[in-house]
Design a protein around this ligand. Structure first.
Ligand code: 6LW
Length: 534
């Protein structure tokens, strides 16, 4: 079976794939976005549906205070003893690698946790802390019934290799207790940045899959094998199993961080992360995504891609533009939407306070690392239109609500209703770009009448334009400015900071006066396009 387009639409990065019978599941990273982890389901590896966001309670995840692009990194999903097992990292501190570099101290905080559930869409257990020695934890269930926790080892010491190899330690799969000593089983190759370990047993060999080269353009999937779980591991004779390093012509860049799954028919497939830069740019506004492709085992016992990567499907083209039209009629947030960091969303929004509306309560400022009322969904195409209808009555300049294109606290464009010093309502755009160190600009104010206002954004690759109209009006009134959509990308950043989430579009409300101003949103329409609007 070949997949016309290896890109799995709407997926986040760092895929962990598992098959249970005829069912495939992929878990991916969600970083500071809540609920944590997203799990998709398929029965054919081609069509997928979001079926669970498992970390939804405070006894599983609380990311208030987490820096941007920290939070949930690289979950690992496995199945053993009749239960699904999910382990994940909650990254609490990242720091700026340019400050530390190879000679400085690089202090980071990673906590690895375990939850489990009988059903993929069941009620996952409270978390159990496993260790904090590094990120990208993964479980390996050996055929002798023992289970092993792998993760990359972080070495903070000046002059030491920060990515200090892959460690393994036995884990009791009923209590989560770690048994015996942790042992470094693989030091990595000269590509460095050894992370994302997954281990498989096949024909008496332990096959270790890791990500190396760092998640930018040198990223790679690397394999090694050993007759002994603890090594020594012999690295694949061809070098990286899959990579786009040195191949800027490939539609899928940054290929790395993969996981393998076998089909009932004995085929082997690799799910891996990748990035699709904007045409003519090096900027990935869609962040890192997940792709999948068939692999083949050679007579020499080594795994290789079954398709040359350049022919991995027309990866650059969006197979089917998505149209998401959500009214807020139900008591649950539509599945595509998330909020930031907090396990207490009732402080940020309500779907019952006003029938048929999503009510946001103005809390901290947009970009706060604690409680910001921002509900949004991933941008999944280079061209899209999003619109909402908001009913809000700001009393002063400290209150604002509207439509936002958001990457993180240092890069967003926020079209919002606020009030001038005389309390008259007006529309403005607050734009913050990473080069401004987060200070940003405020566009000229446009006076608007009272009552519900429709807000709209059209994004066409690097161009972003806002419009508005009063409820019932036909004509959109376009603001004169064209904003830069390409700053909402992994690559537009101050040096040394993590940029892992991709771009979101949604609704936000802030109230610096502290009165929790309500803003009622009647619907949110996200329509992808393959061409510019006429
Ligand atoms: C993830 C690591 C990586 O934990 O990026 O590209 C980190 N690889 O394996 C966050 O996605």
């Amino acid at each position: 079976m070949t997949i016309r387009n290896p890109i799995l639409r709407g997926f986040n990065p760092d895929p962990s794939i598992v098959r249970v019978g005829e069912d495939y599941y992929i878990a991916t990273s969600t970083f500071e976005w809540f609920p944590g982890v997203q799990i998709h389901h398929s029965r054919d590896l081609a069509t997928w549906r979001l079926v669970a966001r498992p970390l939804s309670r405070a006894d599983q995840l609380d990311m208030r205070g987490n820096p941007d692009s920290c939070g949930v990194w690289a979950p690992d999903l496995s199945y053993a003893n009749g239960r699904f097992h999910l382990i994940y990292t909650d990254v609490k501190r990242y720091g700026r690698t340019t400050v530390t570099g190879a000679t400085g101290v690089s202090l980071r905080d990673f906590h690895n946790y375990w939850v489990s559930s009988e059903r993929i869409d069941g009620d996952w257990s409270p978390r159990v802390h496993l260790n904090s020695s590094g990120f990208d934890p993964a479980l390996f269930h050996d055929d002798d019934g023992r289970s092993w926790l792998l993760n990359m080892l972080w070495d903070h010491r000046p002059g030491h290799k920060r990515f200090a190899g892959i460690v393994a330690q036995e884990m009791d799969l009923t209590t989560g207790a770690l048994l015996g000593e942790r042992r470094v089983i693989f030091d990595g190759t000269p590509l460095g940045f050894t992370e994302g370990p997954h281990l498989y047993k096949r024909d008496g060999w332990y096959h270790l899959l890791v990500a190396e080269g760092g998640t930018e353009r040198n990223h790679a999937v690397v394999m090694a094998r050993s007759r002994n779980l603890f090594g020594p591991y012999e690295v694949h004779p061809d070098g990286p199993v899959l990579t786009a390093r040195g191949r800027p012509d490939l539609p899928l860049q940054r290929a790395g961080h993969g996981d393998l799954v076998d089909t009932p028919a004995g085929e082997t497939w690799l799910a891996y992360l990748c990035g699709r830069p904007l045409p003519g740019s090096d900027r990935c506004v869609l962040g890192r995504e997940t792709a999948i492709q068939p692999m083949t085992w050679g007579d020499d016992g080594w795994l290789r891609p079954a398709l040359p990567q350049a022919e991995g499907g027309d990866a650059g083209a969006d197979v089917s533009p998505e149209v998401g039209h959500d009214d807020f009629a139900g008591a649950a947030l539509p599945a595509a939407f998330q909020w930031l960091r907090t396990p207490c969303p009732e402080r940020l929004f309500s779907l019952t306070a006003r029938a048929g509306h999503l009510r946001l309560y103005g809390r901290e400022t947009i970009g706060s690392h604690f409680e910001q009322a921002l509900v949004a969904r991933r941008q999944q195409a280079f061209r899209y239109t999003a619109e909402t209808l908001v009913d809000v009555a700001p009393a002063n300049f400290q209150q604002a609500a509207g439509l936002v294109c958001y990457y993180n606290s240092s890069k967003f464009h926020f079209l919002h209703l606020t009030a001038d010093d005389a309390g008259r309502r007006q529309l403005q755009v607050l734009s913050v770009a990473p080069v401004d160190e987060g200070h940003g600009t405020l566009s000229a104010a446009v006076a608007v009448q009272d009552g519900p206002i429709a807000l709209r954004v059209d994004v066409d690759e690097e161009e972003l334009r806002f419009a508005f109209r009063a409820e019932g009006d036909e004509e959109w009134r376009w603001l004169p400015e064209t904003f830069d959509a390409s700053i909402l990308s992994d690559e537009a950043t101050l040096p040394g900071l993590p940029n892992f989430t991709g771009t979101f579009v949604g609704m936000a409300c802030q109230d610096m006066s502290g009165s929790g101003m309500p803003a009622d949103f009647r619907h949110f329409r996200y329509t992808e396009r393959t061409a510019r609007q006429p």
